[in-house]
Ligand binder design. Structure first.
Ligand SMILES: Nc1ncnc2c1ncn2[C@@H]1O[C@H](COP(=O)(O)OP(=O)(O)OP(=O)(O)O)[C@@H](O)[C@H]1O
Length: 512
C-alpha cells in the first residue's frame, strides 16, 4: 500500500466526526491492504510507531527537504527505513540518521511529509482509532464485529487479528480462543470517589482489598507454569514463588488473575517500590527472593480444566476460584447486597486501609470478565488520589542534578487527542529515577531549546498532588499544587493517561 493512500485516509478520518463514515473509510482501506501492510497501517493510523522509539531529534526532522512530485513510497518501505533508523548507533550516528531521514522525506510528497512529521513527533494520536478500526475490519471482511472484538481482546493485539482476518477471512477468528499458555490482556477498573458511590452504581457487589503490587496472570498446564505481567511480558523466571504456588494447587490446567506482593514479617504489605524492585530484578533471583519474598494473591479465574469462564458472572468465577485456591492465597472480600448495606462496605475499606493496603475494588456480582477493558463493573476506591500524566518535556538540572534531565513538564489529555501542560515538578525523584529518566527522555527527545528538552509524549508518570488551582500560565487554565512524582507507569500508554476533563470533574470548586 502506498503511504500517500494511508496519509489521505488518515486525514479524512480525522476530518470527519461521523463514526459510520470513519468506519467506511477504514473498511475501504483494509480491503485494499495486503495482510503484511496491516501491522504497519493500524499503528500509523493511531499515530503510534511500531518501533516504539527512534531517537530522531526535531532538529533532524526540522530541516526542510524538497518534496517529491509524485507518490511512490509504500508503507512497508517507510517501515523498513524507520527500523533501520532505530538501529543506528555509535560514532557518526547523527549524520547517518540525518541521511536516512533526508532520504525518506525527499521521497515523500508534501502530504506524506506532513503525515510523517505528525507520526514521528507523536503529535497525531488518535486514541479512539483502534475501536473504529475493529469495526472497519469487520465490515471489510464480513466478520461479526462482536466476534472480532472478542478475538482482539483475547489476542491482545488488533494487528495480529487484522492480519489473520485479511489473509484467511472470518474463519481465522477460531484461532483466537482463550487457551492456557497464551496470555490475554487483564480486565481493568474505573475509579469511584467513594465506596458509597461505587455501591450505588453497582448494586449487589463484592468489595475486595486492593493490593498495591504487580498484576500477574498465571497459566498452568500440568507441570508448565508461566507468569505474565499486565503488559503480557513473561516474568516466570523472576518469580519462583509464584510457580511453586501454582504447582501446589489441586488443578492441572487453569488461568488465574491476581497480584504479586511482598509482605513483611508482620504480614503487612511492603511498599510498591520494594515489590516492583524485586519483580524487576532479573539477576540473582535466588538472593532477591530471600531478601524480598513475594506471594501471589488471586482474585479471579479465567479458565479451569479447558472451560472458558470469561462470560460467567463474577459470583460463579468466585466459586471456581474458591474451589481451586485456598484462602490465604485469595484476596479478602466482603459481599454487599446494595446501597442499604453500604456500612459494611465502608467498614471493610477502613479495615483494609488499617492493614496497610491502598484501597478496595468494588465489583458487580453479575459481570463477565472483560479482558483488556476498563470495565464499568470494577470500580476502585482509593483515599489518596493520584494522576497519571504524560511527560511533555524536561529541563536540565542544576547543582547536584547537573547532567540529568530533572524538572518534568506534565500534561493531561485533552478532548482533541493532544495534551495540555498542567505544571512542572522534580519532587519525589530518586537518584535512580533521575538516571533512568534522563536516558529514556533523551531517546524520546524531539527538540532542545535552552535548557528544555521537548519529548515525544510517551512516558506516563504517576503524580500525587495537594489540589488544583486556577492559573493563567497554563493552557487548561489550571495547575497542580505541590505535584510530586510517585512512580513511572511504563505499563500504561499515553492514551490511558488522565484527561483535563476528569481532573476538572474531580475538583468542581475550581473553574479555569
Ligand atoms: N482485588 C483486586 N481486583 C482487581 N485489581 C486489583 C485488586 N487488587 C489489586 N489490584 C490491582 O489494581 C489494578 C486496578 O486498577 P486499574 O486497572 O485502574 O489499574 P491502574 O490504573 O494501574 O490502577 P492504579 O494506578 O490504581 O494501580 C489492577 O490492575 C491490579 O493490578
Amino acid at each position: 500500500m502506498l503511504l500517500s493512500r494511508l496519509a489521505r485516509v488518515s486525514q479524512e478520518v480525522a476530518a470527519t466526526s461521523a463514526r459510520t463514515r470513519k468506519i467506511e473509510l477504514l473498511a475501504e482501506l483494509f480491503r485494499e491492504a495486503e495482510p503484511d501492510d496491516v501491522p504497519i497501517v493500524i499503528p500509523y493510523l493511531a499515530g503510534r510507531l511500531p518501533q516504539g522509539r527512534l531517537g530522531v531529534g526535531w532538529k533532524v526532522l526540522g530541516r526542510p527537504v524538497a518534496p517529491a512530485a509524485a507518490p511512490t513510497l509504500t508503507v512497508r518501505e517507510v517501515d523498513a527505513l524507520l527500523t533501520e533508523l532505530g538501529k543506528v548507533s555509535g560514532p557518526g550516528s547523527q549524520a547517518e540518521r540525518a541521511r536516512l531521514v533526508g532520504a525518506l522525506l525527499g521521497a515523500s510528497t508534501e502530504d506524506e511529509q506532513r503525515f510523517l512529521f505528525g507520526l514521528l513527533t507523536g503529535e497525531v494520536r488518535q486514541g479512539a482509532l483502534d475501536a473504529v478500526a475493529v469495526e472497519g475490519l469487520a465490515r471489510a471482511t464480513g466478520a461479526p464485529p462482536a466476534e472480532v472484538r472478542r478475538a482482539v481482546m483475547l489476542a491482545g493485539s488488533l494487528q495480529t487479528v487484522a492480519g489473520a482476518l485479511l489473509a484467511d477471512g472470518p474463519g481465522a477468528l477460531e484461532r483466537f480462543r482463550l487457551t492456557v499458555g497464551r496470555p490475554v490482556l487483564p480486565m481493568l477498573a474505573h475509579s469511584a470517589s467513594s465506596v458509597a458511590e461505587a455501591v450505588e452504581k453497582l448494586g449487589a457487589c463484592a468489595v475486595e482489598e486492593k493490593l498495591d503490587g504487580i498484576r500477574v496472570q498465571v497459566h498452568r498446564d500440568s507441570d508448565t507454569v508461566r507468569v505474565h505481567t499486565r503488559t503480557l511480558d513473561d516474568i516466570t523466571d523472576r518469580l519462583p514463588e509464584v510457580t511453586a504456588a501454582a504447582r501446589g494447587l489441586e488443578g492441572e490446567r487453569f488461568i488465574l488473575d491476581g497480584e504479586v506482593i511482598s509482605f513483611d514479617d508482620e504480614g503487612r504489605p511492603r511498599s510498591f517500590q520494594e515489590t516492583a524492585g524485586r519483580v524487576g530484578s532479573r539477576v540473582d533471583v535466588a538472593t532477591a527472593a530471600r531478601e524480598v519474598p513475594v506471594s501471589p494473591v488471586f482474585f479471579d479465574v479465567l479458565s479451569v480444566d479447558g472451560r472458558d469462564l470469561l462470560d460467567l458472572p463474577l459470583t460463579e468465577r468466585h466459586a471456581e476460584l474458591a474451589r481451586l485456591v485456598p484462602e490465604p492465597m485469595r484476596v479478602r472480600r466482603t459481599l454487599v447486597s446494595g446501597p442499604g448495606d453500604v456500612g459494611a462496605a465502608e467498614a471493610f475499606l477502613t479495615e483494609t486501609l488499617e492493614r496497610g493496603h491502598e484501597g478496595v475494588v468494588v465489583k458487580g456480582l453479575d459481570a463477565a470478565y472483560s479482558a483488556g477493558r476498563r470495565g464499568a463493573s470494577w470500580l476502585k476506591v482509593k483515599p489518596v488520589h493520584t494522576l497519571d500524566l504524560v511527560v511533555l518535556a524536561a529541563e536540565w538540572g542544576h547543582g547536584r542534578r547537573t547532567g540529568k534531565l530533572s524538572n518534568l513538564h506534565l500534561g493531561a489529555r485533552t478532548a482533541d487527542g493532544g495534551f495540555a501542560m498542567l505544571g512542572k515538578t522534580f519532587k519525589g525523584l530518586t537518584d535512580a529515577m533521575l538516571t533512568w529518566q534522563t536516558g529514556r527522555l533523551r531517546e524520546l527527545a524531539v527538540d532542545e531549546s535552552g535548557h528544555v528538552v521537548t519529548v515525544r509524549p510517551e512516558l506516563v508518570v504517576e503524580i500525587a498532588y495537594d489540589g488544583l488551582q486556577r492559573s493563567t500560565r497554563y493552557p487548561a487554565g489550571v495547575t497542580l499544587r505541590f505535584a510530586r512524582v510517585v512512580r513511572y507507569r511504563e505499563d500504561k500508554r499515553p492514551e490511558e493517561a488522565d484527561t483535563v476533563e476528569t481532573l476538572l470533574a474531580a475538583h468542581p470548586g475550581v473553574r479555569p
